[in-house]
Design a protein. Sequence first.
Lengths: 148, 375
Amino acid sequence: MGIKSFARKRAIHLMLVYTGGCNGCDIEIVNSVLSPRFDAEQYKVFLTWNPREADVLVVTGPVTALNKKPLEAIYEAIPDPKIVIAAGGCALMGGVYNNIHGDIPSEEIEGPVDKVIPVDAKVPGCAVRPQDVLSGLVSVLPKLLEQD
Amino acid sequence: MDEKIPNSNVIETEIPLGTVHPAALEPYRLRLFVEDEIVREAEITIGVNHRGVERIMEGLPVEKANALTEKICGICSNSHIWNSCRTGELGLGIEVPERAQFIRVLMSELERLHSHFLYLAHGCEVLSHETFSMRVFYLRETVMELLSMVGGNRVQYGCSVLGGVRPRCDLDDNRIQRIIEGMDTIEAGLTDFVKRFTADNIIMSRITGIGVLPQKQALKLAVTGPSLRATGVPNDLRTRMSEYEPFDFNIITQPDGDVKSNLIVRALESFEAIKIVRQVIDQLPEGKVVNHDWEMVDTDITDSYIEVPRGTLYHSYAIENGKVRHCIIRTPSMANIGAMQYACIGDQVTDAQLAIVQCDPCFTCTDRAIEIIRR
């Protein structure tokens, strides 16, 4: 085990990017990490808003047209190894906003998150439950810690 | 101070924030024009979150469109579905059973509690006082549990349908008992929080006189909701809504329009919400919760206003062949954007984010297609 992964094991930093959903998933995730009820800090996971500090990127929302570039830039800014979790129905498949009238794709939406950046774990739900976010997060931690 | 006038001629430096910025949770673009460290003008640009919900709603069956309005906002989702159903009911002339009205009011007040607690927690977090933030987040979980018990989900409940509420949201003795216990917990916790919050000198010196929005300007900008009440205007649409007639509650106002007034208005309004929830439980009438005795007909454009946690919400649509036509939604945060821009003028750059948060922004609600008509 290198010194990097040794250090990372004690402090995993999670960054939340919000790409135009309805705010529900966003608050549930901040809640699950911050609130004392579903305390993610007990698994040594901390919330950060700085991409250069982050190890895990949590993306919510169907990537809207104006949010595509910032999302790509944030993904580039995160140092390797990095993990991306797509959380919520919108991030997985565009949700209710993906199509207008049956199967006509909406021009506002740049499709689900995995069309824009590679995704490692998917957490379903509308809105996601904090318990699901935590289990999704814990399931990807080995992938992050076993590298280098 | 009567009115703050932005002076755009002498601006030296611009500080751009966004669209995605660590200081702001939601994506929006903010430009602060500063002189030394004092903000002289601020400009908020929205449009990043635009998904075109009204466009998707056009041509959908009314029941589906009502369910879709919930996805406009994850904080005040119940208000949107309530007002959308209310619009349809006004147009079609559907009589809503009294018990259903009471359950809708109950859900609305629980939602007001959770929205105001989120505001208080987020405000304390922006103040960098994490302990208070954690305390309010912990208290908020009690409300979320009650909401998920009645509604079936933590965020999107889908409580209202055309003609009443879903049978799933009916209240039995067990649920009523849990709501009563929850209200006692919340009241005790909130009383404790407000006592400690107002007695804390560090917090008070940080928030008094910061982000002042003058009353005259608030009226000029058509600010709604608690942000307006925090400038001393006793304007609450709930006093004029037929749903709230059986209940007795006070309109909370604060005189100053600064961050302190805003935080205290929300905290005191939460007590009023607890009072209304208790009255709903006491006076809950018997009977059915949904009225199926109506026919789908074509209607003209109908509109409906209700008071939601952030202000006045407006929905309007017409029905043609059972489908929605000509849908317009105006959310309270739309009106409060002006307040955010003016509130941070004259303060330090470090307080600008606080002055924006004091107006309770929700940029997903706000990103509607708008047309500005100058007169």
